[in-house]
Design a protein around this ligand. Structure first.
Ligand code: SF4
Ligand code: MSK
Length: 675
């Protein structure tokens, strides 16, 4: 094993100090290993390359070639009028707003283009043009069809009868695909929101028309010399973010569920220790489950397992990174190998026989790291290639999905015997239960007779559960890996706030053992612990990948519908958080949460600090418009406490704060928590 302490004593911090870079012991060991081998990782690069302070504050404009125009805040702040302006006269507010909504456009396009790919595969399955994909979950199909205006009981002649499932699937595919570019109307799923919220959006004029249009309009409005009013720019940012959360992402989630099955709780494991020295290790990384679903089926086939044994391995170990991990975990229980920041480390184990990547969150340096080992790095998506010559591109075609998947799995198996360097797999992994969703929360926390989310609402009203938090998002090499995630989540559950998680936050929580029912007794306040122990759920519920944040929107809607907690999402004792965000997708997610009425706190930084008026607008002013607001809090405990304060404010507004005092202000419980 590598000696962590030895590196701690190293003087010149040209490389990362593993103890400062991450709280995860497996990652610490692998950072040391990388440094011993002379391979740089993102942790080291974060030490040697500092971010641009002006860009960080959101006040650098490079939207035309007269710039970049940089508008630093004066050292002593601004007294009186803010006279900063770019060559064209653009103010700091305009520049920050333009940059902010361009980030929304980037994030919304990533989620939504992912959704479009799924919709195209869905269409191929509905038309029965592919053997690899079928309509698997017909219950889910029947559940989403009415929301897309597809009648499930009236046939084309208007007669009442149960329609043929193939016919429904085809119509759902046609309507869904049209959501990206239909010429008129609004995104159909907007009406799934609580009525009060839908009416609010309508009044504000922010109902998205179609997904692509809202993203394109951001690019137009932020072009040099177009929209110069930060409030009007944010209006378009809101439309595009809503088109993501309630459109592209929600369609991606639903269509994936119909194609591959709606997730239900499954048991699995997480961290680099899931890799096995005597197995072929095939790691899938990225976001779309379209290929990884088939890879799972092929890698688990007897033919491939036998082939692996012929080649001297004991079997095939599949593992996931980032949201591909979350997708194959929630539907098949495939273990999670790594978070975003650990992707290079998975190769540095020397045991990664192939890493298959598709889209989003894939570091280009993977190719440089793979060069140092035998690892085959395989890109599969036509829109995401790498320039390095050691990268193999096998373009995935859904018409030949099985053949492509077999080729990839065989390539990994054939590579097993080529392992060139010493294998070092850190022996750390944790158990996890994942695969929660709107349906399974209803099953675990619902009531058979009294309304779908009755038990959850009842426990919120009586105060055992103080509130609900959605904690999501990435890792960021500018902050200690997983530290913010874990501190925020622990502080929330300690204070009886149930946590819904997705993305890399979910992976971090899994690595920390927070996704097990047993975690409730160890980490929760007495009220939440009692509920978790009674129904047998973890205090942190893993709802899937980044696009599955749409599940959180629908879960919140179900809570509203179940009654007793107001009539809009902004009435709920709920808050959102992304403690270690880095991706443009996080800004889009954050903004569709804010636009849906959720108080949303980000850690690390927000690209708005250089334009205080604009920052105030998206926080305080926005709260008056949508009921949701942005906030930034770097300290994880204060971050969680701000969320709890908001939850308590909402409890007081609902008149349910007294109930909580009765239930929880027991001295023995308090002492137990403080200990
Ligand atoms: Fe500068 Fe205006 Fe051009 Fe931006 S658009 S780079 S502020 S001149
Ligand atoms: S993978 S977007 S680092 S959560 Fe969805 Fe993780 Fe963030 Fe990528």
């Amino acid at each position: 094993m590598a000696d962590v302490k030895k590196v701690k004593k190293a003087k010149a911090p040209k490389v990362a100090n593993p103890l400062e870079a991450t709280i995860d012991v497996a990652s610490q060991e692998m950072i040391v290993r990388a440094q011993e081998l002379g391979i740089d990782t993102v942790f080291d690069r974060a030490v040697t390359m500092k971010p641009c302070a002006i860009g960080l504050q959101g006040i650098c404009c490079k939207n035309c070639s007269m710039g970049p125009c940089r508008l630093p805040l004066p050292k002593d702040g601004i007294e009186g009028e803010d006279t900063r302006k770019g060559l064209c006269g653009a103010t700091a507010n305009t520049i920050a707003a333009r940059n902010f909504i361009r980030m929304i456009a980037g994030g919304a396009s990533a989620h939504s283009d992912h959704g479009r790919c799924v919709a195209e595969v869905f269409m191929a399955a509905a038309r029965k043009e592919t053997e690899a994909y079928q309509i698997k979950d017909t219950d889910k199909l029947l559940q989403i069809a009415p929301a897309l205006g597809v009648d499930i009981t009236v046939d084309v002649d208007g007669e009442i009868k149960d329609r043929d499932i193939d016919e429904i699937a085809l119509e759902v595919a046609e309507v869904a695909l049209a959501e990206w570019g239909k010429p008129e109307g609004e995104i159909l799923y907007m009406k799934r929101a609580p009525e009060a919220l839908y009416e609010k959006w309508k009044k504000l004029g922010v109902l998205p028309r179609n997904i692509d249009r809202e993203i394109v309009e951001i690019m137009h409005r932020t072009h040099m010399g177009v929209d110069q009013d930060y409030k009007n720019l944010m209006k378009q940012g809101t439309r595009a973010a809503l088109a993501d959360g309630w459109g592209g992402s929600m369609l991606a989630t639903d269509l994936q569920d119909v194609l591959f099955g709606t997730p239900y709780p499954v048991q699995s494991e997480a961290n680099l220790g899931i890799m096995k020295e005597d197995h072929v290790n095939l790691i899938v990384h990225g976001h779309e489950p379209v290929l990884s679903e088939i890879l799972v089926a092929v890698a688990q086939s007897q033919e491939m397992v036998d082939y692996a044994k012929e080649k001297g391995a004991k079997g095939i170990q599949l593992g996931g990174i980032c949201c591909t991990a979350n997708e194959i975990l929630q539907r098949h229980g495939i273990p999670t190998a790594a978070t975003f920041l650990q992707q290079e480390l998975a190769i540095i184990t020397g045991a990664c026989d192939a890493m298959v990547v598709d889209i989003q969150c894939i570091m280009q340096n993977l190719a440089n790291v793979a060069k140092c080992f035998h690892t085959k790095l395989i890109t599969t998506h036509p829109i995401a290639k790498m320039e390095q010559d050691n990268v193999i591109h096998i373009e995935f075609d859904e018409a030949y999905a099985l053949e492509d998947a077999k080729k990839i799995v065989k390539m990994a198996i054939d590579n097993f015997e080529n392992r060139s360097s010493e294998v070092m797999i850190p022996q750390y992994k944790s158990s996890q239960v994942a695969g929660f969703g709107v349906e399974s929360i209803q099953y675990h926390l619902g009531g058979t007779f009294r309304g779908t989310y009755y038990t959850l609402n009842d426990n919120i009203i009586n105060g055992r559960i103080r509130g609900i938090a959605g904690v999501v998002g990435c890792n960021n090499a500018r902050t200690k890996h997983n530290d913010g995630h874990i501190k925020v989540v622990k502080e929330l559950i300690k204070n009886d706030v149930i946590v819904l998680t997705t993305g890399c936050n979910a992976i971090a929580c899994a690595m920390e053992g927070l996704l097990t029912p047993e975690a409730a007794a160890v980490h929760c306040g007495p009220g939440l612990a009692e509920v978790c122990e009674t129904v047998g759920i973890p205090p942190v519920l893993h709802l899937g990948s980044c696009v599955d944040n749409s599940r959180i929107l629908l879960a919140a809607t179900e809570v509203v519908k179940a009654g007793g907690l107001g009539n809009d999402i902004c009435d709920l004792p709920a808050a959102g958080s992304a403690p270690e965000w880095m991706s443009e997708k996080a800004i889009s997610i954050g903004h569709y949460f804010v636009a849906s009425g959720v108080y949303t706190v980000f850690g690390v930084t927000l690209p708005t600090s250089g334009a205080p008026v604009f920052h105030k607008y998206i926080s305080d002013e926005f709260e008056k418009i949508t009921g949701g607001k942005w906030d930034l809090e770097i300290d994880p405990i204060k971050h969680a406490q701000k969320m709890i304060a908001h939850i308590d404010k909402k409890r007081a507004e609902l008149g349910i704060d007294k109930a909580r005092e009765r239930v929880l202000m027991d001295m023995a419980d308090r002492q137990k928590l403080e200990a």
